[in-house]
Design a protein around this ligand. Sequence first.
Ligand code: NAP
Length: 484
Amino acid sequence: MVLDVAIIGAGFGGIGAGVRLGRARITNVAIFERASELGGTWRDNTYPGCRCDVSSNLYSFSFAPNPAWTNTFSYQPEIQRYLGDVARRHQVDELIRYDHDVLEVTFDEQARLWMLETNQGIYHARAVILAVGALAEPRMPTIAGLGDFEGPVLHTARWNSTVELNAKRIGVIGTGASAIQVIPELATHVEHLDVFQRTPAWVVPHRGRPVRARTQRLFRYVPIIQRLARYLDYWRRELLVLAFARQPARMAKAEDGARQFIAAHIKDPELRRALTPNYRMGCKRVLLSNDYYPALARSNVELVSDRIAWVAPKGVVTDDGRFHELDVLVCATGFLVTDNPVCQRVRAVDGRSLAEAFAGELAHYKGTTFPGFPNLFMLAGPNTGLGHSSIIFMIESQLNYVVRALEHALASKAPVEPTARAATAWTESLHAKFPCTVWGTGCASWYLNDAGRNTTIWPDFTFAFRRATHRFERDDHVAAGGSE
Ligand code: NAP
């Protein structure tokens, strides 16, 4: 049987796509999920302290508000439960084929079908939605000797809760969003914690707090109140774009506040200096935590800012020649974002993989479709990431375009593909914005690809993206029959 749509991945993108396609009465759909559980990054990131840094009311689908959130910024288990609930309530769970690892995705031009080779057989589909997420593949650091370390080596996105950490000497590599959440959790019960920092992050206070039972009741019985709370949070965050994407110098005031935050917790001037970033706030993701600096001030925690030279069987040697004896290494080193390996498995009409096309600076159309890849849609694709708001808003915007494009493709029996002209115009116009934004102020970050181009961030207001994805613009797509 030929599917109308094959969705790859059952995280926020895949579940959202399943719901939206169902509403558009596109029902001949399957979701291929490599794991035996849904949830994507929220299934995989089970390290202690894992939490979302976008508010619960905004970090949820617009069509599925959750009046039962117990915290204004949810922890991982609750988000994972929420996604399962949404999938069940909207009967999307019935579409999921678990333990199906998609190995190769190729387009048969004659039949105008995508062929998906999985570990459980071959499937054909008229269209493919890549909903694999940007934070799916852990990035292990490339440090000499890492393979020789005798103790357990964990990655925050592949946590192993059976590894004993109590009363052990632990080394955490990295000081990004995952690290600053796991470090305070570990600090209280390990014997010693070395935090290996390469670049300090800007950290600001976390405003998360438990939601009172009476607020939950209010949200349940007067849903407009929760909508209003979401709306207000959305617009408060959009104001940040004025600084991030228009006048980055405005971030100086927030930097002063963050320096005072460091000073309030860190008395040692040397440590304070080591923790103070020397780049514009916002260029790398701004982190939220009330307990990261207090954890670093503990007597059993040391911030090591000398670079790691190599890993020895029983510890880490830093550039200054010091040996740090360790029992367990925790890599909080992030994800393969601009080089997601799944892109190597998707091949265009001409045989090029999506990864090869990206390496050649392939232009994209609204972060979602690509010339040469008919009826292929990518959620959370290039330049749809955010530093200030919820990726779910971006995914839902993309789904507006995807659903309309699919309705057109299925009705006309002609695959949808953006013209090279439209894709180039889109990509170049947004890249022209970067020099004046906070991401153009100069810092190394995972937002940049190997060529130093920012292929991750959406450099504008999110409502501009919502507007751009609202319609299916026929003129921007290759006409049926193949000519531009
Ligand atoms: P990340 O932001 O990429 O941070 C990785 C950290 O590892 C950085 O401090 C990096 O240093 C360091 N690092 C990488 N390779 C290293 C090496 N070879 N030696 C020493 N240090 C090394 O990854 P993440 O913390 O997992 O976060 C990724 C994204 O996931 C976040 O930006 C966010 O979008 C999401 N996330 C969100 C939350 C939340 O909602 N609170 C929590 C976790 C993750 P450099 O800075 O020098 O590169």
